[in-house]
Design a protein around this ligand. Structure first.
Ligand SMILES: Nc1ncnc2c1ncn2[C@@H]1O[C@H](COP(=O)(O)OP(=O)(O)OP(=O)(O)O)[C@@H](O)[C@H]1O
Length: 606
């Protein structure tokens, strides 16, 4: 006698899958809705994933919802296969016990069908699940990059009240981890949904196989089911208590690791400077200190994990023999078959595993909460940076107009007070003043990069205004990319690039335009400044602000570059910051910063 009628089972299974799928979808929607509404981490999750998952407002419309529905169907399908496995095992062992060769081979035939379906289900689940999480990952990265680069948040956030460490790590690592863990903990194989669908399904099987049990003279019917639940619930409560500190420790682990890595990156980026100073011992001390913090925290994780895993392993080991011991008396009394014992052990194992999901996933969940905190923390910091005050900046086609501009340091010291200034086409201005009087900060304010400024600045928008610092920024990529920056490299043709490079005494680089190198390391500071001028000539802005942009060059080269700019761009509004008197020859007026907010605007007599 077989445990189920395999001839009609495929049909009953289909009905079962459809019914359980509908119940799962409804249950999932209710529970997910409650979690998102009432739990902190649920709200954090929705803040991150919601914009993609909302069918009406999300960029992929209903696709995320369809993904979830499909993955839930796969979970239900998988649970059904596991159930069928236990019946097939029951038949197999009963056939062995009864020395029934025909039944034995029939059960193996059933096995091969279930096994083939299991393999197919596992592969389809993997593929669909990965597509789901890749879309989530892509979408979040797109949003975070947009949020961080938009409105110059990456620069302004350094003035925010709350400082978040390592936004790079959050964007690169935490988003990937968020997408993966969100999926694997919820609707992935061995996730919460699978556990919750498995639990009632196997509880029913366990219920059917359970016999009464006498405890202190009282007979408990279907005792096996109650014992399984009691066992795991008690174990889970203890595991939560033991595992709780892991949440904070995991959070610290990520942060300390990033802090340590940042110190290593600093050494790499400043290799030459450090080597000139022979600064290795100091660097070593910093690195050692940061690494010590990582290890100290890691040790605490090890100790805590030891207790946590120790407890979990003991609980799991006991659960292996527990159901067999409980069923053995009924087997010896010939009330149940060997197949029933096997099926009981499997069903108990499934109930145990699904109830234990929450205990075992605690650790992953702890890490997940840390990821949620870090990602939402970055969004908060971005928002704060956006809300920092800005000057009133307006577009102006020709020249620059500054009205009532007051610039302060973060601690409130006034650097420039009520500055009024107008520069029309071809006007030139030299900003001078003692070191620390606020020349660079004034330029930052004109570029609207300094939140501690108020007043009105009108100047040409976007690339029509150009700011060139003492060390021009050289991006990753080819020399052409560096030359064209911030325009795309293909906008600079070979002959034009070569002509301009020759004009700034960098003719020898004309053949290397498409070499991809770390150009900021290869080129000397003076060469980098000349490259900055080449960029200026190629970009042809309406206004340029030069902040000691020739400080690394000798006066002869400085003269040549300024002459070149005047010849190539005769209508350019030119504002320079510099200490050298040789610069005076190229400027008609001087803005002299005198400290404590005072300033003087005067004509330069040649
Ligand atoms: N990010 C910042 N946070 C706090 N204070 C700052 C910041 N940047 C600049 N300052 C302060 O603002 C003041 C003006 O600095 P700024 O760099 O504008 O001077 P500067 O006139 O350009 O000097 P130098 O001629 O040496 O380049 C200085 O006291 C400086 O310490």
């Amino acid at each position: 006698m077989e445990s189920v009628d395999w001839g009609t089972e495929w049909f009953s299974s289909l009905i079962w899958i459809a019914a359980v799928w509908v119940a799962t979808v409804i249950g999932f929607a209710i529970v997910a809705g409650l979690i998102v509404r009432f739990l902190t981490w649920g709200r954090q999750f929705w803040r991150l994933a919601g914009p993609w998952m909302s069918p009406r407002t999300g960029p992929d419309g209903y696709r995320p919802v369809l993904f979830v529905l499909g993955l839930l169907a796969l979970v239900v399908f998988q649970v059904r296969l596991t159930i069928l496995y236990t019946y097939q095992t029951n038949d197999l062992y009963t056939a062995l016990q009864n020395l029934d060769a025909g039944a034995f081979w029939r059960s193996l035939l059933v096995f091969s069908v279930i096994a083939a379906l299991s393999v197919a289900e596992a592969l389809v689940t993997y593929y669909v699940g990965q597509r789901f999480l890749i879309r989530l990952w892509e979408n979040l990265t797109d949003r975070f990059l947009g949020d961080w680069l938009g409105d110059r948040v990456y620069q302004r956030s350094r003035f925010s009240e709350t400082q978040v460490d390592n936004p790079d790590q959050r964007i690169q690592e935490d988003i990937a981890s968020f997408a993966q863990t969100s999926y694997s903990l919820s609707i992935g194989p061995s996730g919460a949904v699978q556990a919750l669908v498995t639990l009632p399904s196997f509880t029913i099987i366990l219920w059917e196989l359970s016999g009464p049990f006498t405890v202190f003279g009282v007979e408990v019917p279907r005792a096996m089911t109650f014992i399984a639940f009691l066992y795991v619930i008690v174990a889970t409560v203890f595991a939560f208590r033991i595992g709780k500190p892991l949440i904070r420790l995991n959070f610290l682990n990520e942060g300390l690791g990033a802090y340590y890595r940042y110190a290593l990156v600093r050494v790499r980026d400043n290799a030459e400077n450090i080597a000139f100073y022979r600064g290795e011992p100091v660097e070593r001390r910093t690195l050692d200190g940061r690494f010590r913090d990582v290890i100290a925290n890691y040790r605490r994780i090890v100790v805590r994990t030891l207790k946590f895993n120790g407890f979990n392993l003991i609980v799991t080991q006991i659960s292996q023999v527990f159901p067999i011991i409980l069923q053995a008396p009924r087997f010896f009394a010939q009330q149940i078959s060997l197949g029933d014992i096997q099926q009981t052990a499997q069903a108990f194992g499934q109930v145990h595993d699904s109830l234990s999901f929450f205990r075992n996933a605690y650790d992953t969940f702890a890490g997940y909460r840390a990821v949620l905190d870090r990602l939402t923390g970055l969004l908060d910091a971005d928002e704060q940076a956006r809300e920092l005050p800005t000057i009133s900046a307006e577009d102006r086609a020709d020249g620059v107009a500054v009205r009532d501009l007051t610039v302060r340091t973060p601690d409130g010291t006034v650097l420039v007070e009520d500055l009024d200034l107008t520069l029309a086409g071809a006007d030139t201005l030299l900003i001078t003043g003692r070191s620390g009087y606020g020349k660079t900060t004034l330029l930052r304010s004109l570029a609207d990069l300094w939140p501690y400024a108020e007043g009105t600045v009108e100047r040409p928008e976007g690339p029509r205004s150009m700011f060139l610092s003492q060390q021009p920024y050289l991006p990753l990529g080819t020399l052409r990319t560096a030359l064209a920056y911030p325009r795309p490299p293909e906008e600079v043709p070979d002959d034009e690039a070569a002509r301009v490079l020759r004009a700034v005494a960098l003719g020898h680089l004309a053949t290397r335009l498409d070499d991809d190198e770390l150009w900021w390391r290869t080129l000397s500071p003076g060469e980098q400044q000349r490259l900055g001028f080449a960029r200026l000539v190629l970009s042809r802005p309406d206004v340029v602000f030069l902040d000691e942009a020739t400080a690394a060059l000798d006066e002869g080269l400085e003269h040549d570059l300024y002459t070149l700019v005047r010849e190539e761009l005769p209508d350019l509004v030119l504002v320079s910051v510099g200490h050298r008197s040789s610069l005076e020859a190229f400027h008609a007026r001087r803005l002299d910063l005198r400290g404590e907010g005072r300033w003087e605007l005067e004509a330069i007599t040649q």
